[in-house]
Design a protein around this ligand. Structure first.
Ligand SMILES: [Zn+2]
Length: 325
């Protein structure tokens, strides 16, 4: 399961603490920074088209992570993959490294955005939990790592895969130095695990039949927001592409049904071992949409004044024309 949101999400969302979201606000402000003049960047409100693009990108990045996490569970179930840690952590690690490898972040710096959108989503979940009073704010007993740990875990692997490009992340709120020193080794181990996975269970000529794999199905949606997100998924081709690639890569012993469903009161995604089925609730996708709407509604922040973001995104937004702050 990639995560279960409390039914009181909407109420809790209103209680978000602004301070902890500075980074998120900065990230999302990138899309709304006007071309620079001599030494000044003037934030502006996004156009309707830009706004939808930002919402869409955020939702798709998090759907991708969710899908790959659940596919990780399916792989662990259907193939004899040894685990020395918790399955939830393994599925997170598989999803993160799959995304890093799928997007070639080592040669395409802009591809890092997608991973950052995933990690800041975990950060926002943590902030949301913290804003909830009472002893049940954090589920320390849960089989999943805490949201804040999942945030650092994604950042660590992303940094480990791109230590030169992302050196500015070190010793920041994104990646404390004490953790960062181990991340290149962590990514190396994860990368080698992926090589082992492919070499051990890849589809070969001798395993062409049966050609089982992941079959995508969408339940009819029941509200316009869900229908909008469903439209983005279909239009982007993201889900079908992941399903097709995963089907081609691995010699699945049995088919896996990937089902987008209505789950009133439950915003979650999970893999059901009993029937080899991945269920992604439209309600979870709505949570991603709510998060992105919240970020977009915040004031634009001058990205070029932030050394790290300037290095990561500056060229796309004209920061390179400015002298270093
Ligand atoms: Zn899971």
């Amino acid at each position: 399961m990639v995560g279960a949101m409390m039914p009181v999400l909407r109420q809790k969302a209103a209680a978000f603490r602004r301070g902890g979201f500075l980074l998120c606000a900065v990230l999302f402000s990138l899309m709304f920074v006007a071309p620079v003049t001599a030494d000044e960047v003037i934030p502006r409100e996004p156009t309707g088209e830009e706004r939808e693009q930002v919402l869409r990108d955020f939702v798709l990045a998090n759907v991708e992570f969710t899908l790959l996490h659940e596919i990780g569970h399916a792989l662990i179930h259907q193939f004899p993959i040894p685990l020395f840690g918790r399955e939830e952590d393994a599925a997170d690690q598989m999803a993160t490294t799959f995304m890093i490898l799928r997007h070639n972040t080592d040669i395409d710096p802009t591809a890092m955005n997608q991973l950052l959108m995933v990690s800041v989503e975990w950060l926002s979940e943590w902030e949301e939990e913290e804003s909830t009073a009472g002893p049940s704010a954090h589920a320390f007993w849960d089989s999943h790592s805490l949201a804040i740990q999942r945030f650092y875990n994604v950042n660590c692997l992303l940094f480990g895969a791109n230590p030169d490009e992302l050196s500015f992340l070190l010793d920041t709120e994104m990646l404390p130095a004490e953790r960062g020193f181990d991340c290149e080794q962590a990514y190396k181990q994860a990368f080698e695990a992926n090589l082992w996975l492919l070499s051990s269970f890849a589809r070969t000529e001798s395993t062409l039949v049966p050609f089982d794999g992941i079959v995508v199905e969408y339940e009819a949606t029941r509200n316009p927001r869900h229908e909008m997100v469903r439209g983005w998924l279909i239009e982007s081709g993201l889900v079908q592409e992941i399903a097709s690639r995963t089907t081609e890569f691995f010699a699945w012993p049995q088919p896996v049904r990937l089902f987008f469903d209505n789950c009133p009161g439950s915003a979650e995604a999970y893999y059901n071992r009993n029937v080899s089925e991945i269920v992604i609730c439209y309600e979870l996708l709505d949570v991603f949409l709510e998060k992105s709407e919240m970020f977009v509604s915040r004031s634009a922040v001058v990205v070029c004044a932030n050394a790290g973001l300037r290095r990561l995104y500056g060229e796309s937004f004209g920061c390179a024309d400015r002298p270093e702050d």
